[in-house]
Design a protein. Structure first.
Length: 592
């Protein structure tokens, strides 16, 4: 261990001398209060340290001591349902110890050392193991079977493995390495947050992450193992969209990071999630969720750590073979923390004061997403899907964080303040958003939902783009300048926007929509358009087609329960066909 002395304090940045034996990214304890910090720059024997706690009252001359270890997270049973701060301190346990404020320098284990778990071996004495092999399971929650894996760098023969009730630090197995050394295996692992956990192979994502949000799943889907960004100005609904993704995405595990956002938004998550039920299992969502809360009133330096803490926990569960969704709200606040620390280090600023390495740091985060084959002799696959909100000042999507993120991610859900002010939610602008996974996932939708689903989606997007052009004409010369077919295009597009893309996050039925329901809702809207074009050949009045009675039922279809929707869809189909035939007959009679 190296010991030094503080020579400078500048907000969360502390500079200490006599630190020549320390290493970059070592965790240090600052002052007699033992505040947690991390070395982020070394110049000869001077170490620049970002401190993850409040530094008021610190001054030159106080001691600094390194631990000789990088910033790491503890991984083991007990993570599910927990609420951590940015450096993985359990907030519920801290509240029990200190009350409603976090006292400086408090040291508490991230994973409870006293809680016991029932360990069930899946291997036996004499079995050969390599790093990543699963040797047993623990019942963590009703939704998560926690798999105990051989830590990285260990391989050999099991000499002892016993079922029973253990704490995370108890020895559950012993492995004899090739050199004859005996290694104790516990249920607890530690991993440096800035180092990506290794895997055997990485694959191109080819299966959608079903979110239950029609605008996302149909128009701009994200793959399991994919990356997405949600940029948008203040008040456009970023947080609600992220809450919806966390609640309903069909990931096995959700890691939600409140990174620098307002405390009341994190409070909403903490209050809502224990009450919400997983649509697949009926169990509380917290049974498969890890929350990391580092709000705007908490130390700014810990925002950066919170991103890495979250992605490391996500990779750990990915290695067990789970599909994990990590949701960060928001990476702009993380970038602002980088900018503040960079300024205090007196680094050369880049665009708008952000550090020149902003893009590479963002890439380091998003590249840790992906679909992989985990290490070990047992074949298993897992994925990490990374979704980050971006909060551009004034809604300016040309600012550096948005632009750097857009170059990295494959899905861009651009939120529009005009849509939000018009009370159209989610306010994802269908003309500026995109998904680079769309073509690949179309094959999955054609196989698992309906053969013509990709074509329906293509036609719907074409109508929305045509609508934008037609509305310009209407603004210039009025509605009378449009032909009947163009009027039909406008009406069908309005139905797509209002009856399909609009979704009420707070309605108990409309909050979640399965792929089957999505397909049938879009199918009936497009059937109105397809059949409407045919009906217009019979010289039918456009107003009769626009005011056809079935349209009101189509608009209310999203409020029909999932279990009743197939029957309801058949009824809508029959009524639509009947009413369209009635218009044809009426048009034919008037011609005669």
């Amino acid at each position: 261990m190296s010991k030094g002395t503080i020579v400078k304090v500048s907000g969360p940045l502390v500079v200490a001398k006599d630190m020549k034996d320390a290493n970059m990214f070592d965790v240090v304890r600052v002052s007699s209060e033992r505040l947690i910090g991390e070395i982020i720059e070394m110049r000869e024997d001077m170490a620049s340290i970002q401190v993850y706690e409040e530094t008021s009252g610190l001054g030159p001359g106080e001691p600094v001591e390194t631990t000789g270890m990088p910033l790491s997270v503890e991984l083991g049973p007990g993570l599910m349902g927990e609420i951590f701060d940015g450096i993985q301190r359990p907030l519920i346990k801290i509240r029990e110890m200190t009350g409603h404020t976090i006292k400086r320098g408090i040291e508490v284990d991230s994973v409870d050392r006293e809680n016991t778990w029932e360990f069930k071996p899946t291997l036996k004495v004499g079995d050969k193991v390599i790093n990543g092999d699963i040797i047993g399971t623990v019942f963590e929650t009703v939704l998560v079977d926690h798999k105990i894996m051989i830590p990285f760098g260990i391989s050999g023969e099991i000499t002892k493995i016993t079922a029973g009730t253990y704490t995370v630090t108890d020895v559950v197995a012993k492995v004899k390495k090739e050199n004859g050394d005996i290694v104790d295996i516990t249920m607890l692992q530690k991993w440096p947050v800035r180092v990506q956990r290794p895997y055997k192979a990485k694959f191109t994502p080819d299966e959608p992450l079903i979110t239950g949000q029609r605008n996302v799943d149909t128009m701009f889907p994200i793959a399991k193992g994919g990356t997405a960004a949600i940029p948008g100005p203040f008040g456009s609904g970023k947080t609600v969209v992220q809450h919806q993704l966390a609640k309903w995405a069909d990931a096995d595990i959700v890691v939600y990071i409140g990174c620098g956002e307002r405390g009341n938004e994190m409070t909403d998550v903490l209050m809502e999630f224990p009450e919400l039920k997983d649509p697949r299992s009926g169990e509380p969502l917290m049974k498969r969720t890890v929350l990391i809360a580092n709000t705007s009133d908490m130390p700014v330096a810990a925002r950066e750590a919170s991103i890495y803490t979250g992605i490391t926990i996500a990779e750990y569960y990915r290695d067990m073979g789970y599909d994990v969704a990590i949701i960060a709200d928001s990476t702009s606040r993380w970038a602002e923390a980088l900018r503040e620390m960079s300024a205090r280090l007196e680094e050369m600023p880049g665009e708008e004061g952000y550090p020149a390495y902003l893009g590479s740091r963002l890439a380091q985060f998003y590249e840790r997403a992906g679909k992989v084959q985990a290490l070990g002799s047992q074949e298993r696959f897992g994925s990490v899907s990374a979704i980050g909100a971006v909060s551009p000042p004034g809604g300016d999507l040309s600012e550096p964080v948005t632009q750097a993120t857009q170059r990295i991610v494959k899905v861009f859900w651009g939120l529009d303040s005009a849509l939000a002010y018009a009370r159209h939610f989610p306010a994802i602008n269908w003309l500026t958003s995109y998904s680079l996974y769309d073509t690949r996932l179309s094959a999955w939708r054609a196989k698992n939902v309906a053969k013509n689903f990709p074509q329906l989606k293509t036609d719907a997007m074409r109508l929305l783009q045509e609508e934008a052009s037609l509305l310009e004409i209407v603004r210039l010369v009025g509605m009378d300048a449009l032909s009947k077919n163009e009027r039909l295009t406008l009406e069908a597009s309005r139905s797509i926007r209002e009856d399909y893309l609009y979704q009420d996050a707070f309605h108990e039925i409309d909050t979640y929509c399965s792929p089957n329901k999505q397909y049938k809702m879009l199918s009936i809207i497009m059937a109105y358009y397809y059949q409407g074009r045919d009906v217009l050949k019979y010289d039918v009045e456009i107003n009769d087609l626009i005011n056809i009675p079935i349209r009101e039922k189509i608009g209310r279809a999203r409020f029909v329960l999932e279990k009743d929707f197939d029957a309801h869809y058949e009824q809508l189909e029959n009524e639509l066909l009947s009413q369209m035939n009635g218009l044809k007959t009426k048009g034919g009679e008037s011609n005669a």
